[in-house]
Every structure is written in structure tokens, then in C-alpha cells.
Design a protein around this ligand. Structure first.
Ligand SMILES: Cc1cc2nc3c(=O)[nH]c(=O)nc-3n(C[C@H](O)[C@H](O)[C@H](O)COP(=O)(O)OP(=O)(O)OC[C@H]3O[C@@H](n4cnc5c(N)ncnc54)[C@H](O)[C@@H]3O)c2cc1C
Length: 401
């Protein structure tokens, strides 16, 4: 096989998988992404992610320059996100702050930005039309005698490549087959959340520091967390200059919120919770927060029912490096962490690192297994550092000043 003709198959078109595809495409390497959803807008996927130096660096290297410009222009406000957390009292006054040195992961991290995941995902999809295969749910793989790997999809089709990458998130089916001993721990905590349009009235009620940080209101349930996405400029206006023809789906400022509740605090099963219509979920959240100030209750009441969602809070257990083959993993598929961590930044960083390693294989003829081995060792080191940091952050207490 000529290394120049490397064919990379990516399972999962989330942030990590798409960033990898962009990086490979930029270098002229053949890549195909197989995504389970039927289209880019198949689910309500827009929530706030804090993107810091690590994510920005990866996007800068993987995206074409004008798309990176578009990412910068469509970010939300500057945010201290992962380094500072505000605790708010019943009157919505800042009562304390939690500070996490260097983002808590031991890595150098700057102040970042509040970014809308859906907007970022749309940017990551630009130019990949012929590489994207929607409605392709991965089922299993087979290693072939000629050194290639074949992926089989639920619809009965298959695809063959030289490298197969699991970028299929926390429930990764590819990881289940490839590393069946890898464990994902369910913390028993459920995130009942949503996004509420940030009206001028709501903006006026929220304390100023919360524009820059994520806020937490202790309550009957573990806590109510909330943070804003206030776009620096209207994303479609930015696109008109930088990428004419691109229209973003949803470009209003919003407050992203979530109540953390122990499963046993909820009188319903996980199945019932997942199937619960938006209005019922909102009622459940309001019942958990009987002692919240009216502003917070308004925040939840004003949320559109189709913008609510439920999440299991899970994290990966550290795993020893395995025997390298032509199958590898990135992002939540290998090192899922709590949402207070840097899962998106780490998935983007993985994508960048893996794309750099594969570029060296294609351009200089470095052996594929060596390149993947080096990627995996480095990714496991910083990836599980970030998992640990998210767990420590979850346990940390407030500090004043
Ligand atoms: C509420 C919340 C807040 C968060 N906030 C932050 C934050 O502030 N900062 C931060 O860094 N991170 C944050 N994260 C974490 C971050 O969103 C994730 O770590 C990141 O999206 C992981 O990217 P990924 O590409 O690995 O997986 P995903 O983005 O989950 O993408 C996986 C993709 O694979 C597809 N897929 C799944 N199974 C299959 C299959 N069998 N076949 C084909 N396709 C499949 C899925 O449909 C999906 O599109 C947050 C997460 C949540 C839930």
C-alpha cells in the first residue's frame, strides 16, 4: 500500500470527528465520516461549551484559515469558564468564587470563550459534503487479511479503509468491540437542563460576573448551574463576510442551565426521564428548586419545551495502553469526563494531534502503527489528566476572593 493513499474512516461526526476530518482534508488525505444521525440538525445539539487555548489551537491548525476566522467571529463572550466558577445566593448576588488554577488539569489554559456547540459544529461541517455520510450507524468492524479494516453499518452497507477512528462519543460501539474492558462510570447524577432565550429582561436580572463565568445556585437538588452564550456579533452577518452562502440554524443569545440531581432524588426511572416531554421535565425541575429566587424559576419556565434535555453524568475509568492496531479512538469515545471538564477541548486536541501524526505517515512514510502508538500514548496522558481534573473540580468547594 502506498502511504500516500491512506484512507481514514471516522465513526461519529461530533466535534472531534469533524475536526479530524477537516485536518486530514486540509492535508489532502482521503477521509470519510460516518454519522448515525440523519442530518446535521437531527437533534437539539446546541449547548454552551467553553473553548479555551487547547480547542482554539486545534481549530486553527485543522480548519482552512477563513473558516477559523468564522469560528473566531461567531464565538460568544469571553469567559473565564473552566478557571472561575461563581456561587450565587438566593438573591442572585455573587456569594463566592471557585478558582481552578490553569483550568485544573495542570496544563496552561487561558481565558476562553463561551461557544455555541451547534454553531461550531456547522462550521466544522463546511466543505465536507462529499466526505460526510449521514444516517450511517456503525455496527461492527472486521480486520482484513490485507491489513485494512472494514466497518459495517446497521443499514447493511460497509466501508473499507487503512485506519478506523472511534469518534462516536460516550456510548461508542466501536470502543465496546475494540476495548471491551474499558469502563465508563455512571456517577448516578442526572443533568436536567435546557437553554432559554436571553431576553433583555432576563439579562437585566442576572448579576454581571455571571456573564464571564458559570454560576451555581445551591438548592434542594445538588445545584442549579447556568451560563450565557452572548454572540460577539450576529453569526449570519459574520458568515456573509467570511463564508457567503452559509446560514446558521439558530443564532439567538441564550442562557444554558442544568440542575444536578441524584438519581434517587427523582421519583422516576432513567427510561421515564429520557422519554419525559419538555413541560413535564420543567415541572420536575421547578419542584426540585422550590427555594430558588423567582428569576431562576422564570429562566426555567421561559425555556421552550423542545430545548430541554436530560444527561447522565458519566466519566471514563483510566485504562492502560493497548496493543496498537489500525483502530484508534478520540474524544468522549475514550476519555469521557463530566460536563464541567474540558471534553470538547480535549476531543479537538486529540483530532489535531491524530491528524498531525497521520499527515506524517502520508507525507514522510512513517510507519502507521508507530504514528498511532505515539498518538495514543500522548492522548491517554493528557486525556485522563483532564478526566481527573473534572472529577476534582466536581468535588472542590468555594473560596472567597
Ligand atoms: C451539557 C454539557 C456541557 C459541556 N460543556 C463543556 C465545556 O464547557 N467545555 C468542554 O470542553 N466540554 C464540554 N462538554 C463536553 C463536550 O461537549 C464533549 O466532550 C464533546 O462534545 C465530545 O466530542 P466527541 O466528538 O468526542 O463526541 P460527540 O460530540 O458526542 O460526537 C459523537 C458523535 O458520534 C455519533 N455516533 C454515536 N454513535 C454512533 C454510531 N454507532 N455510528 C455512527 N455515529 C455515531 C453521535 O451521533 C455524535 O454525532 C460538555 C458536555 C455537555 C453534555
Amino acid at each position: 500500500m502506498s502511504q500516500l493513499n491512506l484512507r481514514v474512516l471516522v465513526i461519529g461526526g461530533g466535534l472531534g470527528g469533524l475536526c479530524l476530518a477537516q485536518g486530514l482534508r486540509k492535508a489532502g488525505i482521503s477521509v470519510a465520516v460516518y454519522e448515525r444521525d440523519n442530518s446535521a440538525a437531527a437533534r437539539a445539539q446546541g449547548y454552551r461549551v467553553h473553548i479555551d487555548t487547547r480547542g482554539e489551537q486545534a481549530l486553527c491548525e485543522c480548519l482552512p484559515p477563513s473558516l477559523y476566522e468564522l469560528f473566531l467571529a461567531t464565538r460568544g463572550q469571553e469567559s473565564k469558564g473552566l478557571t472561575v466558577f461563581s456561587v450565587v445566593d438566593g438573591q442572585l448576588k455573587e456569594a463566592a468564587t471557585w478558582r481552578f488554577p490553569e483550568g485544573g488539569s495542570g496544563e496552561f489554559v487561558t481565558v476562553g470563550s463561551a461557544v455555541d456547540r451547534l454553531t461550531l459544529r456547522q462550521i466544522l461541517l463546511v466543505g465536507l459534503d462529499d466526505a460526510m455520510h449521514f444516517g450511517k450507524e456503525f455496527n461492527r468492524y472486521e480486520q482484513q487479511k490485507d491489513g485494512t479494516v472494514r466497518a459495517f453499518f446497521v443499514d447493511g452497507t460497509s466501508a473499507t479503509g487503512d485506519v478506523l477512528v472511534a469518534a462516536d462519543g460516550v456510548g461508542s460501539r466501536l470502543r465496546e468491540q475494540f476495548l471491551p474492558h474499558a469502563e465508563v462510570i455512571d456517577t448516578g447524577v442526572r443533568w436536567l437542563g435546557g437553554r432559554t432565550v436571553l431576553t433583555n429582561e432576563l439579562r437585566a436580572l442576572l448579576p454581571t460576573p455571571l456573564v464571564e463565568t458559570f454560576g451555581s445556585v445551591p438548592g434542594v437538588a445538588q445545584a442549579l448551574l447556568f451560563g450565557l452564550v452572548a454572540f460577539r456579533q450576529e453569526p449570519n452577518q459574520a458568515a456573509a463576510h467570511l463564508w457567503p452562502g452559509l446560514r446558521f440554524h439558530d443564532t439567538v443569545d441564550y442562557v444554558f442551565w442544568g440542575v444536578l440531581a441524584q438519581r434517587h432524588q427523582l421519583a422516576v426511572s432513567d427510561e421515564e426521564l429520557n422519554a419525559m416531554p419538555g413541560p413535564d421535565l420543567q415541572r420536575l425541575v421547578l419542584a426540585l428548586g422550590v427555594d430558588w429566587p423567582q428569576t431562576l424559576r422564570t429562566l426555567i419556565e421561559q425555556c421552550r419545551p423542545d430545548q430541554t434535555f436530560v444527561l447522565k453524568m458519566r466519566h471514563a475509568k483510566p485504562i492502560e495502553h493497548w496493543q496498537t492496531t489500525n483502530i484508534t479512538l478520540l474524544g468522549d469515545a475514550i476519555h469521557v469526563m463530566l460536563p464541567n471538564g474540558s471534553g470538547a477541548n480535549t476531543a479537538l486536541r486529540d483530532a489535531n494531534l491524530l491528524s498531525r501524526r497521520l499527515i506524517v505517515v502520508a507525507s514522510l512514510g512513517t510507519p502507521l502503527h508507530q504514528a498511532l502508538h505515539d498518538y495514543e500514548i500522548e492522548m491517554l496522558r493528557y486525556g485522563f489528566n483532564a478526566v481527573r481534573a473534572s472529577l476534582q473540580r466536581g468535588r472542590a468547594g468555594p473560596s472567597h476572593g
